[in-house]
Design a protein around this ligand. Structure first.
Ligand code: GLU
Length: 510
């Protein structure tokens, strides 16, 4: 069998959508499973939609999530260049072959003439006017104009495009690996433009030519490209490449969280979840779209979540290492129906992966965040905080945002706790505790607990009378992780200091 070669072929028209990452992942898993090669090809032939920074964004995103291609615009490879704009000169010869063999033609219609054609057809009751087998007979092209006139126009620099001559009556069939046989009648396909007036190929021509020249064996891409597939099959046929035509697998759409319709930017905004792997700042508008990376997702967790968006192993297992995914992955188990984008599932994955990290690894993640906040902490302290927080976090950022009190003394105190639990008894208990602490050495959680219990016992007070007041003095918050551990992390002096500050600040509430 020939070696499996797959490609991820994004267009740099903006940030990579999470659905695109899923497509890249399925290509990658399949390549790994088959011992094949993964290629990244940048499809930038549509210069009007080119967005600066998008290509770098795509490359960085794939890198972050751990999808590695062997051949790409950065490292090159045997079938380069891997950026279509740099391959411009390669496409003309194939367009010429199509023309020479009567499968494509020159068209000189101006935008106004095309508009007029559409208006005419609409007035005649045609819903979606197409430049097709019937219409082309009435337009300005090399099928209707005399050959010498066509030549004169081309020589005279008249702008033209090259269109595919779709057969009038033909049935196009393709066997999709996910959807099985797909049949399309050629009268539903219009004479798509293959070469634009600037000499650039369109997506269709460039995609087919490159997949052929790059020896791609499997085209795994989103369902939105299924309508283009019959056209691609025609091109393979006309170019004489049917024997080596890649196999197609069109992946299911990503649906809204409730399953009703296609996942959109609006859903993401409404529910407050990211739709892009990394944060993206639009170079023109300056608007910022949130990313999974900045929202505190681990790349491994996102990858595991995405693997299940349209595929399942047929078992109950949900947590997979990358190698396990490669082992279990098969195109047969990709579903036809759309996949609901359940962000809670993504959060669950993230929690599971965070729990699997060691305290040292989590501590390191916290230190990185603290650095961006301009806060210093020792690795030991970060590790202790990680240990204290790990059962409660959904995002890496929670290590900081949910527990700022480890680094900054509280400025405010939970209002309800103050109202209900801050009273003379509590304050007396706290005062007794600080004096007991005064003669202590370094605090461990165990020692903190002993001193606290002993103080309350001596004063004849129950835990519940003083504990909430102690917690808000130290953290400002009503609830949180183990308080004895918090005290050990803060250190004895800081504990005394915070309690005294709270007593002073809240004296009117007693
Ligand atoms: N450039 C297309 C895109 O942006 C690629 C589609 C395909 O994989 O054929 O998705």
């Amino acid at each position: 069998m020939t070696d499996v070669r797959v490609r991820f072929a994004p267009s740099p028209t903006g940030p990579l959508h999470i659905g695109g990452v899923r497509t890249a992942l399925y290509n990658y898993l399949f390549a790994k499973k088959m011992g094949g090669t993964m290629i990244l090809r940048i499809e930038d032939t549509d210069q009007t939609r080119y967005v600066p920074g998008a290509e770098d964004y795509i490359i960085e995103s794939l890198d972050w999530i751990g999808i590695k291609s062997e051949e790409n615009p950065v490292v090159g490879g045997p079938y380069g260049p891997y950026r279509q704009s740099e391959r411009k000169a390669m496409y003309g010869e194939y367009a010429q072959k199509l023309i020479d063999e009567g499968n494509a033609y020159y068209a000189f219609d101006t935008p106004e003439e095309l508009d007029a054609m559409r208006e005419r057809l609409k007035a005649g009751g045609v819903h979606t006017p197409q430049y097709n087998g019937l219409v082309r007979q009435q337009m300005k092209n090399s099928l209707t104009l005399p050959a010498d006139e066509v030549k004169a126009m081309i020589d005279g620099g008249e702008p033209y495009v090259v269109r595919l001559k779709v057969p009038l009556k033909d049935e196009i069939r393709l066997q999709d690996m996910v959807r099985d046989w797909v049949h399309v009648h050629s009268n539903t396909i219009d004479d798509k433009i293959l070469l634009k007036s600037d000499g650039m190929p369109t997506y269709h021509l460039a995609n087919v030519v490159d997949d052929h020249l790059m020896k791609i064996t499997h085209v795994i891409r989103g369902e939105e490209w299924l309508p283009s597939a019959p056209l691609h099959v025609l091109l393979y046929r006309f170019l004489g490449w049917e024997d080596t035509m890649p196999q197609f697998a069109h992946l299911p759409l990503l649906l809204k969280p409730d399953g009703n319709g296609k996942l959109s930017k609006r859903d993401a905004d409404k529910h407050g979840f990211p739709l892009y792997p990394m944060q993206w700042t639009d170079p023109k508008e300056g608007t910022v779209a949130s990313g999974f990376r900045e929202s505190g997702y681990l790349p491994e967790a996102l990858l595991n979540f995405l693997a299940f968006l349209g595929w399942n192993p047929g078992t109950e297992q949900e947590l997979f290492t990358f190698d396990e995914l490669v082992d279990s992955f098969s195109i047969d188990r990709i579903q036809k129906g759309g996949a609901k984008f359940d962000i809670q599932k993504a959060q669950w994955y993230n929690q599971q992966y965070l729990k699997q990290l060691s305290n040292a690894e989590l501590g390191q993640l916290l230190l990185e965040q603290l650095k961006t906040e301009g806060i210093e902490a020792s690795p030991e302290k970060a590790e202790a905080i990680a240990n204290n927080m790990k059962e409660r976090i959904t995002y890496t950022s929670d290590l900081w945002t949910e527990a700022k009190y480890f680094h900054i003394a509280p400025i405010e105190y939970d209002e309800k706790t103050v109202r209900k639990k801050w009273n003379e008894t509590a304050v007396n208990g706290l005062k007794a505790f600080t004096s007991a602490l005064a003669s202590e050495g370094d605090l461990t959680p165990e020692r903190a607990k002993e001193v606290f219990s002993k103080t309350l016992e001596d004063a004849g007070l129950g835990f519940g009378k003083v504990m909430p007041a102690l917690r808000i003095s130290l953290t400002g918050q009503a609830g949180g992780p183990d308080l004895m551990e918090i005290m050990a992390i803060l250190g004895r002096e800081e504990v005394i200091q915070r309690i005294e500050t709270a007593i002073t600040r809240l004296q009117e509430n007693v």
